[in-house]
Design a protein around this ligand. Sequence first.
Ligand code: MN
Length: 241
Amino acid sequence: MKILIVNDDGIYSPGILALAEVAAAFGEVKLLAPNMEQSSMSHAITSSRPLSYIRTPVKDFEAYRVNGTPADCTALGIFLWPETDIVLSGINLGLNIGNAMWHSGTLAAAKQASLMGYRAIALSTEITEDFDIEKQKPFVHRSLDMLLKEDMELVNVNFPNSPQGFLWCKQSLRHYDGVMVPGEDPRGRKHYWFTVEPIEEVEEGTDRWAIEHNQVSITPLRLDLTNYEELEGIKQKDIHW
Ligand code: MN
């Protein structure tokens, strides 16, 4: 199996190395990742200038850093290695659950693979004070062992700090609180932090619920954003244009 590994934290992230080390048990691994952190870049692509890549040592893995976005890395990787069987994105240092999935570069890199007709899995982990990526590896291995065998298009996997099991779940949609927090820089100029925090009780069976219950959340995704319920409803109405 030929595995392309991308991320949004950059080629030097311990997350991409951990994923490569685990994925190497399942096939031939190549790494192509941004040359600097591109978290929360979502599905941005670089269309106004050319992309290039430089070979970069990441232990013994064949690895390259790219002057582009996470989605760029996937598109370029698939162009360079069209024989790729699956694209893995991560392991992101930080969860990508609920509405944060809209902002995630990790997920966008996986979505890009899906757009191009390739299977993809996004993997992200909770970060706490006592975080140890080595501890997550057996769970990453078990996730890949199961998911690589299944014919699923696009999957989002999130690891709690101390996983105790696995749960199939849906995306949590209830809790979005994207707020601007004003502050001041050392020269007295105003600046703003854009933060996203959950604001409501978690709903059982969602990714956020899984993480809060120390379960690895696994959510199959699709690219189709159509709201079929509203589409059908509006088509029934006699609307004059
Ligand atoms: Mn990131």
